[in-house]
Design a protein around this ligand. Sequence first.
Ligand code: PEP
Ligand code: MG
Length: 764
Amino acid sequence: MSSPQNDETRIAAAEPALRAIMRRLRQIMAEPGDGQDRLNKIVRQVAGLMVAEVCSIYVKRQDGSLELFATEGLNPDAIHTTRMKRGEGLVGRCAEIGVPVNVPKAQSHPAFSYRPETGEEAYHSLLAVPILRGGALLGVLVVQNQTPREYTDEDVESLQTTAMLVAEHIVSGDVAGALQDPSSSLNTTTRIVGEPMSEGIALGHIVLHQPRVTVTELLAVDPEAELERLGRSVIALRNAIDSMLKTESLAKAGAHRDVLEAYAMFANDRGWLRRMQEAVREGLTAEAAVERVQNTTRTRLLRQNDPFWRERLRDLDDLSDRLLRILVGRGGTAFSELELPDDTILVARNMGPAELLDYDRSKLRAVVVEEASAQSHVAIVAKALDLPAIGNVPRLIERLNSGDPAIVDGAAGDIHLRPSADIEASYVDKVRFLARRQKQFRSLRNKAAITQDGVHVELQLNAGLSIDMPHLEASGASGIGLFRTELQFMIASTFPRVTKQTATYREILAAAGDKPVTFRALDIGGDKVLPYMRQPKEDNPALGWRAVRLALDRPGLFRMQVRALLRASVGRDLRLMIPMITDISEFRRARALIDRERAVAVKRGQPVPERVLVGAMIEVPAILYSLDALLHEVDFVSVGSNDLLQYLFAADRTNPLVATRYDPLHVASLRVLKHIAETCVAKNVPVTLCGEMGGNTIEAMALLGVGFRTISMAPASVGPVKSMCLSVDVSRVRDEIDRALLSNETGSLRDRLRRFAETDSVEI
Ligand code: PEP
Ligand code: MG
């Protein structure tokens, strides 16, 4: 957030205009007259007090268009005639993005839409702010000037505060009868498409995550009393967070605690409280002050591209919502008070991982988050909880009612609101089919994966958080083949200390019991960003300063992690692999650092693990040309096929335009993978593959064919892959692939292998 001093200076300068507007609006609200009269008076006053030639109010209609309801300065004949379509022009853009639009030269802006009936060609600068109530958009408030003018932050703040009052007036003043249209889209079946975050189908009823308190009393009668109420509520909020931090279950759980510590930091931010107090002194109620500071800070934080500030925005929203609930006497922890239906489809504007973990999993069927992507922390947690999840669905909440029936199809990213009977019936069938398959897979849990020709295959799990660990037992996997340690770091708000890391790794190892766990040393950089760590901006992050490169340049971080892993693994083996080895010297340097940490521990008389096994990840094609030499020095290798294939095919794995352009079953990848597996077998070095391809049945079949016997995958893939293993004759797949490679076939072998699986009755 900006410094408190800056904010104070700004607020002091903004006072006169804002105070005057507040005073006038209060008078207008008290005067007799109908809704339209009041809107006319409001635009006249605001234009005068903000020294603008134009002030207009657009109200959102049922179809999403914005209708001009009142104007000072534009042609009065345009009132109730001019309508901007959804997203049209600068006004539509403001409604679309939900934050102020401030343009000094409106006509030369690419989004400008010229409406001759309004006579607005004479005006150059434009400031539009959304009229919001309880988070839902009701319209847009606009001021315009003839001269090109950059509206100041104070202007924006004044107009946002005015918009809050206008919102109240629109709802209570019978302004927009259209808003209560009985044929509203809120009553009809709707399909909305978002971004898949976690697979699975769920049928249930919508529950809003921490439903917003709608602020209805905006103007304070007694500012002193309001200030006191605000102060008391902030103290209650801080106490509630402190006691949450002290509860025993949270004291242990890393992810929860980190998030709450970030809240605590924000809740104690003096700048935040001061800004709210200022708003009360200007005449707002405590609730309206919370909302105004939330809106203005939101606008500022949204301008930042840095993910750190985006995360803080989530904290701010969450804290403001909690504070509002305390102010209206509904307590600070809504989720613990909610009576959840047994088939809850949780919908949130945004949500942190710890908040999702606070819900009773047994009642949740799915989660949908308006502002989250597949790489977000909440997506990682949803996957770990095996909960269907969809993200990136702007304006979902305004299209639904709490309690609506809904269907979530996590794999497709589809949300069906108020589904018709036939849609529901087809999903009920789908769910039955999936449930039958799951039951079948569960029945294989304790069965060894032995192929038709007697080959033993080891199926291991990929994991990254302690909540993944129950899957180890449930799936029947033989160990953790890849533990992505960076996930713990990604959901933390500060760099975890050695003691904290040690506790986390101990917890993981305890949960694994006798089964082996292969930790992967911190793999950050590329698409994995730590919000609290400054990393240089790179043009090609995937080819940049990441994984072992970063670890060797910042050996302090790496050594801290190694120390924690050594301490946590006392009494058993430590298995640690190093990501992105490109040159053998990198492996040697990493191993030397590990050996040094171990030697230091021994010298201090500290216990150490029984054995320290160090492996290399094969992810960069260059290392394939030193493979023999590398295999002499490593204890094991693991193929990170996600990275290996992105580098082999020069196709960025995070770019949807190219990520799926090359098939993992292309002859190029199969030749590379065959070379790795055969060389490892010849040198007697254990080899695993832990990229996503190992979790797809047909790819896993091909991996057996080129020589892999250990594959590590996501929990949901273990059942289907085991079922493939039990039905396949590995020597026949090997012969099929060899024939294709020997005859110099080109391109992907997917179709050929699919036909093979069909004729050979392999379950793929
Ligand atoms: C891989 O690259 O295949 C891998 C397992 O590592 P990550 O996906 O975490 O980069
Ligand atoms: Mg990788």
